[in-house]
Write a protein that binds this ligand. Structure first.
Ligand SMILES: [Fe+2]
Length: 422
């Protein structure tokens, strides 16, 4: 053994275990361990899951394509010349170069820049440069080379209400069963078959482990405390009617609250636990905090479809936050803002204006990326430390009727530990 020899990363994972207290504790090493990250990518993103990859409205016409990722794997969403949606590995079957290098575009076929192998939009290999050799007498490719065996790999793909999902696995149950009734109701409420209208994108890289973001989006406890914009301007308060519901296995969840006109009023009583609230701040344009009731049930909130989608309905903004892990310590978050084709001009403008609440520089969301960025070096450099997740009961992992709860985080780690064998 040399002086620099270190145990293999997988050995480290095996040596580390989950704290005996169970899901009311989260060990910090899970946010930076490289071997664990590789296993998560294979077990979850490339495993028996459905991954959000895009919206149909992003590839509206035959020939449109969109480059994206499932976990760390580059993929391509295409609408072929027959109008069918495909999701392909963005990988040339020849030498593994990415076939498509543009974020979005339109073409009748796809040509790999490296050696000009050409594919149709369903990934079928159409042509090989110098197939029959050049100059003679070079024989070119062997005579038994069959183009049908060398296409770009097509993933299992499904489209529901305008959202496109893909799976690397044939064993994944159908999308509706995968999501489950508790969360599907709210996925279908946003993707309800009305033609969507794409309103815009923003993208950010957060230097944190993807699970810190996944937890953040199912952690209503922090909402009124970290996000003083919410509390100051009455968009969300700890006394709002809130309900968080996990899927049967805890991997997905939906958290929503009822819009209450009284929530526009400031309440000194509820602010007393919030140290840094400034109650005399004023907005010049109150429209950003005055939602127009849109859905009959009046409920607003966010949901998570494991492993890659957060769907938000904050005031009148609708957006997918696409979670794209890059490494154990870096996560890309891609925000796709949308509305409906038949929105009137007032609602379209409200959606755009209220879009400023979220995204990389959002009045509310920038707090999340900043706190997670600050948190990553701490958890990563204290890998043996343990976090306490006891709010609303150590063992409570079911429906919670309060925003002051960490039940959804415990529900997630109940699932996670089982799948990862931890
Ligand atoms: Fe937050």
């Amino acid at each position: 053994m040399t002086l620099n020899a270190r145990p293999a990363a997988s050995v480290l994972v095996q040596q580390r275990k989950w704290p005996d207290e169970g899901v009311s504790r989260v060990p910090a090493w899970i946010y930076s361990d490289e071997a664990l990250f590789e296993r998560e990518m294979e077990t979850f993103f490339a495993g028996n899951t459905w991954n959000y990859v895009g919206l149909e409205v992003e590839v509206p016409e035959p020939g449109n394509y969109l480059r994206t990722f499932i976990g760390t794997k580059p993929v391509l969403v295409t609408r072929d010349l027959d109008g069918k949606i495909n999701v392909l590995e963005n990988r040339c079957a020849h030498r593994g170069a990415p076939v498509c290098w543009k974020q979005r575009g339109k073409s009748t076929d796809l040509t790999c820049p490296y050696h000009h192998w050409t594919y149709d939009l369903g990934g079928n290999l159409l042509g090989v440069a110098f197939m029959r050799g050049n100059p003679k007498p070079n024989p070119g490719m062997p005579n038994d080379f069959d183009k049908r065996n060398h296409g770009m790999r097509q993933l299992r793909t499904t489209v529901r209400g305008g959202a496109i999902w893909a799976s690397f696995s044939d064993a994944t149950p159908e999308l509706d069963h995968y999501i489950g009734p508790q969360v599907l109701e709210f996925v279908d409420r946003a993707f309800n078959g009305r033609p969507l209208r794409l309103l815009g994108y923003s993208r950010q890289t957060i230097p944190c482990n993807w699970k810190l973001y996944f937890e953040n989006a199912r952690d209503p406890y922090h909402a009124t405390l970290l996000h003083t914009f919410f509390t100051t301007f009455g968009l969300f308060r700890a006394d709002a009617h809130t309900r968080a519901t996990p899927s049967d296995d805890g991997r997905h969840e939906v958290t929503y609250s009822w819009f209450d006109s009284k929530a526009q009023e400031k309440n000194a009583d509820l602010s007393k636990d919030i140290k840094n609230i400034i109650t005399d701040l004023k907005l010049h344009d109150m429209e950003i905090v005055k939602p127009k009731q849109e859905f009959a049930d009046g409920r607003i909130g966010t949901l998570e479809v494991f492993p890659s989608m957060v769907l938000q309905q904050h005031v009148n903004t609708l957006a997918v936050r696409h979670i794209i892990p890059k490494s154990p310590t870096v996560t890309e978050l891609s925000w796709i803002y949308f509305g409906y084709e038949d929105d009137d001009e007032t609602l379209r403008r409200l959606r755009l204006k209220q879009g400023n609440l979220t995204g990389p520089a959002g009045y509310v969301s920038l707090d999340d990326s900043e706190v997670l960025k600050q948190m990553q070096p701490v958890v990563q450099n204290y890998p043996d430390s343990v976090q306490v997740v006891e709010m609303h009961g150590r063992d409570h992992i079911g429906v919670s009727e309060t925003s002051v709860s960490e039940s959804m985080i415990r529900a997630f780690y109940t699932f996670y530990r089982r799948e990862m064998g931890l």
